[in-house]
Unconditional design. Structure first.
Ligand SMILES: [Fe+2]
Length: 182
Protein backbone atom coordinates (compact mmCIF):
# COMPACT_ATOMS: atom_id res chain seq x y z
CA UNK A 1 0.00 0.00 0.00
CA UNK A 2 1.35 3.37 -1.00
CA UNK A 3 0.02 6.29 1.04
CA UNK A 4 0.73 8.88 -1.66
CA UNK A 5 -1.25 6.90 -4.26
CA UNK A 6 -4.27 6.90 -1.94
CA UNK A 7 -3.88 10.63 -1.15
CA UNK A 8 -3.69 11.45 -4.86
CA UNK A 9 -7.03 9.73 -5.50
CA UNK A 10 -8.66 12.52 -3.51
CA UNK A 11 -6.23 15.49 -3.69
CA UNK A 12 -4.81 17.00 -6.88
CA UNK A 13 -1.09 17.72 -6.93
CA UNK A 14 -0.54 21.43 -7.51
CA UNK A 15 -3.45 22.58 -5.38
CA UNK A 16 -2.96 24.54 -2.16
CA UNK A 17 -4.76 21.87 -0.16
CA UNK A 18 -2.55 19.09 -1.57
CA UNK A 19 0.57 21.06 -0.68
CA UNK A 20 -0.63 21.82 2.86
CA UNK A 21 -1.71 18.21 3.46
CA UNK A 22 1.51 16.66 2.17
CA UNK A 23 3.77 19.09 4.03
CA UNK A 24 1.89 18.57 7.29
CA UNK A 25 1.72 14.79 6.87
CA UNK A 26 5.46 14.55 6.20
CA UNK A 27 6.24 16.64 9.31
CA UNK A 28 3.92 14.52 11.45
CA UNK A 29 5.45 11.32 10.03
CA UNK A 30 8.94 12.54 10.89
CA UNK A 31 7.93 13.58 14.41
CA UNK A 32 6.10 10.28 14.95
CA UNK A 33 9.19 8.30 13.99
CA UNK A 34 11.29 10.42 16.37
CA UNK A 35 8.87 9.75 19.22
CA UNK A 36 8.81 6.04 18.33
CA UNK A 37 12.56 5.93 19.00
CA UNK A 38 11.84 6.73 22.66
CA UNK A 39 9.37 3.83 22.88
CA UNK A 40 11.48 0.92 21.62
CA UNK A 41 10.52 -1.11 24.70
CA UNK A 42 6.92 -1.14 23.39
CA UNK A 43 8.05 -2.21 19.93
CA UNK A 44 6.00 0.26 17.85
CA UNK A 45 5.45 -0.77 14.22
CA UNK A 46 7.53 1.79 12.33
CA UNK A 47 6.34 0.80 8.87
CA UNK A 48 2.73 1.18 9.98
CA UNK A 49 3.48 4.54 11.65
CA UNK A 50 5.06 5.85 8.46
CA UNK A 51 2.00 5.03 6.33
CA UNK A 52 -0.68 5.82 8.90
CA UNK A 53 0.89 9.20 9.76
CA UNK A 54 0.86 10.11 6.06
CA UNK A 55 -2.85 9.22 5.92
CA UNK A 56 -4.09 10.53 9.28
CA UNK A 57 -5.62 13.74 7.84
CA UNK A 58 -6.94 12.31 4.57
CA UNK A 59 -10.48 13.26 5.65
CA UNK A 60 -9.94 17.03 5.68
CA UNK A 61 -11.36 17.60 2.19
CA UNK A 62 -14.81 16.58 3.45
CA UNK A 63 -14.76 19.60 5.78
CA UNK A 64 -14.97 23.36 5.51
CA UNK A 65 -11.84 25.25 6.48
CA UNK A 66 -11.18 28.27 4.28
CA UNK A 67 -7.78 28.98 5.86
CA UNK A 68 -6.32 25.77 4.43
CA UNK A 69 -8.46 25.43 1.31
CA UNK A 70 -10.96 22.79 2.45
CA UNK A 71 -14.21 23.24 0.56
CA UNK A 72 -16.37 20.43 1.94
CA UNK A 73 -19.56 20.69 3.99
CA UNK A 74 -18.73 18.89 7.23
CA UNK A 75 -17.49 20.71 10.35
CA UNK A 76 -13.68 20.46 10.62
CA UNK A 77 -13.85 18.28 13.75
CA UNK A 78 -15.38 15.52 11.57
CA UNK A 79 -12.22 15.01 9.50
CA UNK A 80 -10.98 12.19 11.72
CA UNK A 81 -13.94 9.85 11.57
CA UNK A 82 -14.66 10.73 7.92
CA UNK A 83 -11.06 9.84 7.12
CA UNK A 84 -11.61 6.51 8.85
CA UNK A 85 -14.71 5.85 6.77
CA UNK A 86 -12.80 6.66 3.58
CA UNK A 87 -9.85 4.39 4.39
CA UNK A 88 -12.19 1.57 5.40
CA UNK A 89 -13.98 1.98 2.06
CA UNK A 90 -10.62 1.85 0.29
CA UNK A 91 -10.17 -1.59 1.82
CA UNK A 92 -7.28 -0.72 4.14
CA UNK A 93 -6.84 -2.75 7.33
CA UNK A 94 -8.99 -1.11 10.06
CA UNK A 95 -5.96 0.04 12.05
CA UNK A 96 -5.34 2.82 9.51
CA UNK A 97 -8.83 4.26 9.84
CA UNK A 98 -8.62 4.11 13.61
CA UNK A 99 -5.53 6.36 13.55
CA UNK A 100 -7.60 8.93 11.62
CA UNK A 101 -10.58 8.68 13.94
CA UNK A 102 -8.57 8.86 17.16
CA UNK A 103 -6.04 11.60 16.39
CA UNK A 104 -8.09 14.80 16.84
CA UNK A 105 -7.39 16.73 20.04
CA UNK A 106 -5.97 14.23 22.49
CA UNK A 107 -8.66 11.86 21.36
CA UNK A 108 -12.32 12.57 22.13
CA UNK A 109 -14.33 10.54 24.60
CA UNK A 110 -17.93 9.49 24.04
CA UNK A 111 -18.81 11.49 27.14
CA UNK A 112 -17.10 14.57 25.70
CA UNK A 113 -19.00 14.15 22.42
CA UNK A 114 -22.26 13.88 24.31
CA UNK A 115 -21.76 16.68 26.83
CA UNK A 116 -20.48 19.15 24.23
CA UNK A 117 -23.04 18.08 21.67
CA UNK A 118 -20.28 17.53 19.10
CA UNK A 119 -21.34 16.61 15.55
CA UNK A 120 -19.69 13.18 15.81
CA UNK A 121 -20.87 9.58 16.13
CA UNK A 122 -21.34 8.71 19.80
CA UNK A 123 -18.35 6.46 20.45
CA UNK A 124 -14.97 6.74 22.16
CA UNK A 125 -12.37 8.14 19.78
CA UNK A 126 -9.33 8.04 22.08
CA UNK A 127 -5.96 6.57 20.98
CA UNK A 128 -5.38 3.09 22.38
CA UNK A 129 -2.44 1.49 20.57
CA UNK A 130 1.06 2.91 20.96
CA UNK A 131 1.06 3.85 17.26
CA UNK A 132 -2.25 5.74 17.64
CA UNK A 133 -0.91 7.62 20.67
CA UNK A 134 2.36 8.54 18.95
CA UNK A 135 0.66 9.93 15.82
CA UNK A 136 -1.93 11.84 17.86
CA UNK A 137 0.80 13.49 19.93
CA UNK A 138 3.10 14.21 16.95
CA UNK A 139 0.19 15.88 15.14
CA UNK A 140 -0.17 18.53 17.86
CA UNK A 141 3.31 19.94 17.14
CA UNK A 142 2.48 21.23 13.66
CA UNK A 143 -0.40 23.36 12.43
CA UNK A 144 -1.65 23.15 8.84
CA UNK A 145 -2.74 26.78 8.99
CA UNK A 146 -0.14 28.90 7.10
CA UNK A 147 -0.87 31.68 9.62
CA UNK A 148 0.90 29.59 12.30
CA UNK A 149 3.83 28.56 10.10
CA UNK A 150 6.41 30.64 11.94
CA UNK A 151 5.10 29.71 15.39
CA UNK A 152 7.22 27.27 17.40
CA UNK A 153 4.85 24.91 19.19
CA UNK A 154 5.92 23.83 22.67
CA UNK A 155 4.56 21.01 24.80
CA UNK A 156 3.38 23.52 27.42
CA UNK A 157 1.56 25.55 24.79
CA UNK A 158 -0.20 22.43 23.48
CA UNK A 159 -1.29 21.47 27.01
CA UNK A 160 -2.57 24.99 27.61
CA UNK A 161 -4.50 25.05 24.31
CA UNK A 162 -6.01 21.59 24.91
CA UNK A 163 -7.03 22.69 28.41
CA UNK A 164 -9.07 25.51 26.91
CA UNK A 165 -11.09 22.90 24.99
CA UNK A 166 -11.34 20.33 27.76
CA UNK A 167 -9.25 19.53 30.85
CA UNK A 168 -9.46 15.80 30.02
CA UNK A 169 -7.66 16.45 26.73
CA UNK A 170 -4.89 18.34 28.53
CA UNK A 171 -4.50 15.58 31.13
CA UNK A 172 -4.28 12.80 28.55
CA UNK A 173 -1.79 14.74 26.48
CA UNK A 174 0.37 15.55 29.53
CA UNK A 175 0.65 11.88 30.44
CA UNK A 176 1.69 10.91 26.91
CA UNK A 177 4.13 13.82 26.60
CA UNK A 178 5.80 12.65 29.79
CA UNK A 179 5.94 9.05 28.58
CA UNK A 180 7.40 10.21 25.26
CA UNK A 181 9.87 12.58 26.96
CA UNK A 182 8.84 15.60 24.88
FE1 LIG B 1 -2.86 16.36 11.38
Amino acid sequence: MDALTIIEKFYSPGTKLYQILIEHSLIVTQKSLEIAQTQKHLNPDLEFIQKAAMLHDIGIFFTRSDAIGCRGDAPYICHGYLGRKLLDEQGLPPEYGLVCERHTGAGITKENIRSNNLPLPQRDMVPISIEEKIICVADKYHSKNPKNAAKKTTTLQIIEDLGKIDQDHAKRFSIWAEEFKI
